[in-house]
Write a protein of this length. Structure first.
Length: 300
């Protein structure tokens, strides 16, 4: 917030009211259960949220900026939002990722918290090879590309976290084949997960995915890949003291759920903020979390 000029703050008042709250009200709000204590970050620490123009990403950015007090950068694939600090970022476009990285490096020089929130889900019974590819390109490849591009900007002093939004729809129980389950659970890194995703896409193309033990959920497979990738990444980054976790916000009323969800976007985003602010002394990485006021680790 320190980095914001008066004009930006005035603009923020409309869309991010908590971001321009007084210092004392920010302090009072910081005691909310989803903002962890003790506070290890300062207003100079930088958080980035992808897909933050609406829904859970928007609420997460509000919480990280207004309630926790990070310098928070909102990213989205379209628009010039009247918000905290904005930069265009289409996670499925490598040029966009590189341009964002260069801007972030030049303007802030580092990144402490990356919230990988952006994703898509086709509505209703839409299913097909093209749609499966688009879903995995954005939800899995795009998320992994952003993470890999931005990791070099993350300090290795215990003050960096990757929080990636997955879903209970992407648990390994969606697979009917034990062999596929084992391969997802034991994936050693991006190459292993890429190979599984390629197999799934080929199977959808051929029409034999069900007999091979795959589910009929494009969104579910994309989030399963997200979970497997981050689990492996967490192991790789443990020695660098970078916490990497995935989570599920529950069924939330946003555009993705056609506003049928039973939780608000604000409540759903609390698990993102909780993981983003987890203190270095509570180091835990490679988990899949859902929110129940204290945070519960679910087995994948
Ligand atoms: P919304 O559809 O409201 O928001 C999704 C966001 O992702 C939008 O900002 C959208 O931008 C953005 N996005 C999509 N594709 C890209 C891209 N290529 N590059 C950058 N941004 C992109 O959904 P939610 O807020 O509900 O979803 C947020 C996260 O929570 C997702 O990861 C979702 O899978 C997950 N989730 C949601 C649940 C729910 O019940 N709502 C349940 C479980 C998980 P644009 O406006 O440009 O489309």
């Amino acid at each position: 917030m320190q980095a914001l000029g008066k004009q930006t703050l005035a603009k923020n008042a409309q869309r991010f009211p908590t971001a321009v709250a007084s210092r004392s009200s920010v302090r009072a709000m910081a005691s909310k259960a989803h903002v962890c204590e003790p506070k290890w970050w300062t207003a100079d620490d930088v958080a980035v949220v992808t897909g933050a123009n609406k829904g859970l990403g928007f609420e997460c950015a509000r919480q990280l900026a207004g309630e926790a007090g990070f310098t928070t950068i909102v990213t989205a694939r379209n628009g010039d939002q009247a918000c905290l600090d904005f930069h265009q970022l289409d996670i499925a476009d490598k040029k966009s990722i590189e341009a964002f990285k260069a801007w972030l490096q030049q303007k802030y020089g580092k990144l402490n918290v990356l919230v990988n929130n952006a994703a898509i889900a086709y509505k209703g019974s839409i299913f097909g090879p093209q749609e499966a590819r688009i879903t995995t390109d954005i939800n899995y490849h795009g998320t992994a590309d952003v993470t890999e591009a931005l990791l070099p900007l993350m300090p290795t002093d215990g003050r960096s976290r990757v929080v990636t939004v997955a879903s209970r729809a992407g648990l390994s129980s969606i697979l009917k084949s034990q062999e596929l389950k084992d391969r997802f659970m034991n994936a050693k890194g991006r190459a292993d997960v890429d190979a599984l995703v390629d197999e799934w896409l080929a199977s959808v193309e051929k029409g034999d995915f069900s007999s091979k033990g795959w589910p009929g959920s494009m969104y579910g497979v994309s989030k399963l890949a997200v979970n497997a990738y981050h689990k492996a990444l967490a192991k790789d980054l443990e020695s660098k003291r970078i916490m990497v976790n995935t989570c599920c916000p529950g069924y939330c009323a946003t555009d993705m759920s056609s506003h049928r969800g039973t939780s608000t976007a604000y409540d759903g985003a609390r698990i993102f903020t909780w993981l983003a602010t987890k203190p270095p002394q509570d180091f835990e990485s490679g988990g899949f979390w859902v929110y129940d006021n204290t945070g519960v680790k679910w087995p994948m």
